[in-house]
Design a protein around this ligand. Structure first.
Ligand code: SAH
Length: 249
């Protein structure tokens, strides 16, 4: 009887410690029970397991961000039923929201830390910006199609991402007032790497960018090391072209 009581007491202490540990570790990341972040949680879980983890993305912060951001809020009603499909989807103005795996993989390649400052060129729907904002302190994002910039900005504000700044304009010249950046992600494809953006990378900073013409694009990763920039080709991709100044002869 005494033994059973002690065991019960020991397990009660363990339970209390366990709960304490769980609440200390999870903090604000506890799953919400209502609101946009509580919607379609199972579809997002399946998306992460089947499309992202299965293809080798392992970073815990990246996976947690993909599990959390309600992707369906970043697209027009008409395509929302397909929000968690393994593909890019139209968002209007001839533009697309990237495939979930591509967003995850590009984010992972940026090697982000919680204190990183990130620049995105090609806000589109704002989804990639939200994923970044889950992981890092500050996100700057530029979109050349003004109505898309406005819509993304409104979506991000509604969902509560005060750490994202959206600017309407040509991303070719980057965001000099906020430079340098620890990471730059370009989500539209230029035919050559814009040197203006390379110049805004901090020492050790990384840029992930699709480069090439239609049907012939490679995803590149650049790492700034002192005065040199190391360049690696990751894999083939298909992005909309980067427009604006980069297309001028
Ligand atoms: N990251 C987006 C997907 C973007 S699609 C998302 O998560 O939804 C690429 C976007 O880049 C398009 O919206 C396109 O209008 C934009 N774009 C193309 N050229 C650009 C430029 N020079 N500067 C800024 N945005 C550009």
């Amino acid at each position: 009887m005494g033994g059973a009581t002690r065991r019960r007491r020991v397990s009660a202490v363990r339970l209390a410690l366990g709960l304490l540990l769980v609440s200390a570790c999870s903090g604000p990341a506890l799953p919400p029970t209502s609101g946009p972040f509580a919607e379609r949680v199972e579809e997002r879980e399946r998306m992460v397991v089947e499309q992202i983890e299965a293809r080798g993305v392992r970073g815990p912060a990246v996976l947690a961000a993909l599990r959390r951001v309600p992707r369906h809020h970043f697209m027009p009603e008409s395509v929302r039923p397909r929000a968690y499909f393994d593909r890019a989807l139209p968002i209007g103005h001839g533009q697309t929201i990237s495939q979930p795996f591509i967003v995850a993989s590009m984010t992972e390649q940026l090697g982000l830390r919680p204190d990183s400052r990130v620049l995105e060129i090609g806000t589109g729907s704002g989804y990639q910006a939200a994923v970044l904002a889950e992981i890092v302190a500050e996100v700057y994002t530029i979109e050349i199609v003004e109505p898309l910039a406005e819509r993304a900005s409104a979506t991000l504000a509604r969902l509560g991402y005060p750490n994202v700044r959206v600017r309407a304009g040509d991303g070719y010249r980057g965001w000099p007032e906020a430079a340098p950046f620890d990471a730059i992600v370009v989500t539209a494809a230029p035919e050559r790497i814009p040197q203006t953006l390379v110049d805004q990378l901090a020492p050790g900073g990384r840029m992930v960018i699709p480069v090439g013409g239609r049907g012939d694009q490679d995803l590149l990763r650049l790492v700034r090391e002192g005065d040199t920039v190391r360049e690696e080709t990751l894999y083939d991709v298909l992005f909309v072209p980067m427009t604006g100044e980069i297309q001028e002869p």
